[in-house]
Ligand binder design. Structure first.
Ligand code: ATP
Length: 419
């Protein structure tokens, strides 16, 4: 199976490079209707509420968070199984959020999805040959007399016996069924694959095999991935960048090394504390386990200010009054927390004040300008504020030991960051 070279693909879609997917301030509110004849809207489930990220061509972004935080909804928006309530989704530079089903049709082959449950996502009445061959026929990928050859080829790519095309899904194990789902997704030679918890329904012993297969096909066909998972261990080896979601929002996003080594959001720290650390175990150490109290609150009526505050051990008054913006605090690191910092060394006063133009109680400071920075933009800026030193830093100076504008202690005020 071959994929067009990246440059050819760009040329055909009119793309000029840049990320394959750019999502900005994406929202999905599911309306709640009253019962009765006149089904009025009486509220909304704020499943995804202002999410921004980008996925580079051939790369992988991990989207992680507890059940109900909006990961699957985000994946379904990108594949346009759902219509967004607001925001923008650009695929190869082209807005796809407002495309009709018809306009979307040619793009469907380029953005494919792998589902969590390999049992319910395959039609039990169809043979594997039909399941994998149908997209080939619908999108006229190959002439009719070549469909079976291509199906066999795809089965081989995903490590299944090509001669098993005549079998039914119930004749395969869970891991093998997920391989069939992967073969079906690969049939259309996608450029972006949304993998929604592709291994969580599988036996632990099989999970690594399927992740390895996904990694192989990613390299072989230069496919970009949005890899959705509820735990940080699964995405660790797959995704060079990871976004952590909580109740419809991204609370922290960073490159893998930064996120695993120096998480700055209490929620990320809690999630990471549940991940076994082989290196630490080898030297006889144990990472302190942080147990979060209670469940994720309802997205129908989320907590005011910071949505995580009801479960956060760092929460203070400001957290209920003001929503923390997703501040860039490192070269490839953004975090949405008034008290963002390394575990055990988090600041005692909010770091977000000057960006927001508010005082420590969350009240607007008369005459103070909030930052002009757009906190909803996807990707990273070239300059940011270092929360430890309160100094401006820029890509050009990182690594040279050089720092930007030094700030006096006075300027730092109540731990305020200058932007
Ligand atoms: N079609 C829908 N109608 C109404 N509410 C929905 C719908 N789909 C999802 N939701 C709600 O939106 C919120 C986010 O759900 P979503 O499935 O995206 O979360 P998730 O992080 O993927 O969780 P899980 O891992 O359990 O799938 C949940 O509260 C869910 O109940």
């Amino acid at each position: 199976m071959t994929r067009p070279a990246v440059d050819d693909a760009n040329a055909s879609s009119g793309s000029t490079g840049g990320p394959i997917l750019e999502v900005t301030n994406l929202q999905k509110y599911f309306p709640i209707k009253s019962s009765g004849v006149f089904r009025r809207s009486i509220g909304a489930v704020q499943a995804v509420d202002g999410v921004s990220f980008q996925v580079e061509r051939g790369s992988a972004l991990g989207l992680v968070g507890e059940s109900g935080c909006g990961k699957s909804t985000t994946g379904r928006l990108i594949t346009r199984l759902y219509d967004p309530t607001g925001g923008s989704m650009k695929f190869e530079g082209r807005e796809i959020g407002n495309l009709s089903n018809r306009q979307m049709l040619p793009l469907r082959s380029e953005i494919q999805m792998i589902f969590q449950d390999p049992y319910s996502s395959l039609n039990p009445r169809h043979t594997v040959g039909t399941i994998v061959g149908t997209p080939l026929r619908v999108h006229k990928m190959v002439p009719e007399n070549k469909v079976l050859d291509r199906v066999r080829e795809l089965l081989e790519v995903v490590g299944l016996n090509p001669e098993h095309y005549n079998r039914y899904p119930n004749e395969f194990s869970g891991g093998q069924r997920q391989r069939i789902g992967i073969a079906r997704a690969l049939a259309l030679q996608p450029k972006l694959l949304v993998a929604d918890e592709p291994v969580s329904a599988l036996d632990v012993s099989i999970q690594a095999q399927v992740v390895n297969l996904l990694q192989d096909v990613q390299k072989q066909f230069d496919i970009a991935f949005l890899f959705i998972a509820h735990d940080l261990a699964v995405v660790r080896h797959f995704c060079p960048e990871i976004a952590v979601m909580y109740l419809g929002k991204i609370v922290e996003i960073a490159d893998r090394e930064t996120l695993y080594n120096t998480p700055h959001h209490p929620y990320t720290q809690a999630l990471l504390s549940a991940v076994p650390d082989v290196k630490q175990a080898a030297v006889g150490g144990r990472r302190e386990r942080i147990r979060l109290a209670g469940d994720v609150p309802s997205p129908i009526n989320p907590p005011s200010g910071c949505r995580f505050r009801t479960r956060c051990w760092m929460a203070q008054d400001i957290c209920s009054k003001v929503e923390p913006p997703l501040l860039q605090i490192g070269k490839n690191h953004k975090v949405a927390c008034h008290f963002a910092g390394e575990f055990g060394a988090m600041p005692t006063s909010p770091i977000t004040l000057s960006a927001l133009g508010v005082d420590g109680q969350g009240n607007k400071i008369a005459g103070a300008d909030a930052s002009v920075e757009d906190f909803t933009r996807a990707g990273y800026a070239d300059t940011w504020t270092d929360v430890a030193t309160h100094q401006e830093r820029s890509n050009a100076l990182v690594g040279t030991g050089g720092l930007g504008t030094g700030m006096s202690d006075e300027q730092r005020g109540e731990g305020g960051t200058r932007r």
